[in-house]
Design a protein around this ligand. Sequence first.
Ligand SMILES: [Zn+2]
Ligand SMILES: [Zn+2]
Length: 411
Amino acid sequence: MSKIRLVSTVAVALAVGFVLAQYVGLSPSQAGDEKASPVKPRARDFYAPNSEPLGADEMRIVACGTGMPTARPKQAASCWLVELGNGEKFIFDIGTGSAERIAALQIPHNYLDKVFLSHLHTDHFGDIMALFIGGALAGRQKPLRVWGPNGDTPERGTKYAIDHIRKALTWDIDGRRGITDPRGYHIEATEFDYKGVNQVVYQENGVTIRSWPAIHSLDGPVSYSLEWNGLKFVFGGDTYPNKWFDEFAKGADLAIHECFLSVPLMVEKFQFTPQSALAVATQIHTAPEAFGKVMSMIKPRMAVAYHFFNDYDTVGDLLARVRTTYDGPISMATDYMVWNVTKDEIRTRMAIVDEDVWPPPATEKPQLPDASTRIPYSDFVAGGKLDIRKVIQPIYDEANKKYGLSEKQDD
Ligand SMILES: [Zn+2]
Ligand SMILES: [Zn+2]
């Protein structure tokens, strides 16, 4: 490409970027009331990942999983990304199917190294393997750090779960040794007391994360708050309505709490018996009417309901039930819903994502591994290789020439 062509390409890219910056993410009210043009774009009210700066005082929350333990194309299970104007990012829960939603946000994986688990149901941490290994492969050059509650026995705690997930991945990680950048293939669990009441579990760089007990399934689950820059985010995880949430979620700018499917929906669409539906949807979880009651007590600037299949024929029933006990601001969450929170405004939009997404650039250069740590095949397995060195050699020649290397095929 000639220099002039390159310059003009850059100029066009800058111009397109300028136009996008003008129109993407601009709300219709912000765009003024100019006459619609037949050739110019109008303001569009969605969030396009990797296209919008985050204000220094702003918090952005993206719903990366809002559904049920049975993931489906439209909704992964519980996962929430919190991004702060100081550059810090936190993942709350990493439920089944949610890693692909995280990937769609095009965030370099070095910024996605902190996960806080509400509890150890798979709909709240089932994609931890995908984030751990897939993130390392896509440019996380540091350990994945996981915070979560202990249990009433050591075997029911976060550390036990994470340590055993690491052990279960022995074959996976051993097979990558000596071949790719090794720095991301470590996972560290920090466990705290599930009975801690509004205890600080993380405090760095102006960010304070606290936990308190939740009542769900067995002893162990917790809820979290994240406070930064005078803004408060609350994530309930799964819980029966409880006194701690009532006390410590108060004053939340954005409060996420489960709002389970109604009993008739559990029976008619989820094929539960009425007995099981009553037990699960009202006793283990929070019924929509109870969700409304909780939000009426804590009065957040924005209540966020999740943990239901959000369809045209379910959301009306659930919202009507919530409205019997709550008349404040509410988002009936679905995947890729986005909230920009400042002291003045909470703006709710949907993200429009590119399904053809590739890993974003790493923040540091990849490190070459120590090739001597690679674990060889047995002679038995290696002896089964077809002799196709002549087919492969041109690939080596091409890459060696293109990248200035002198790599050789395996013996
Ligand atoms: Zn659960
Ligand atoms: Zn759940």
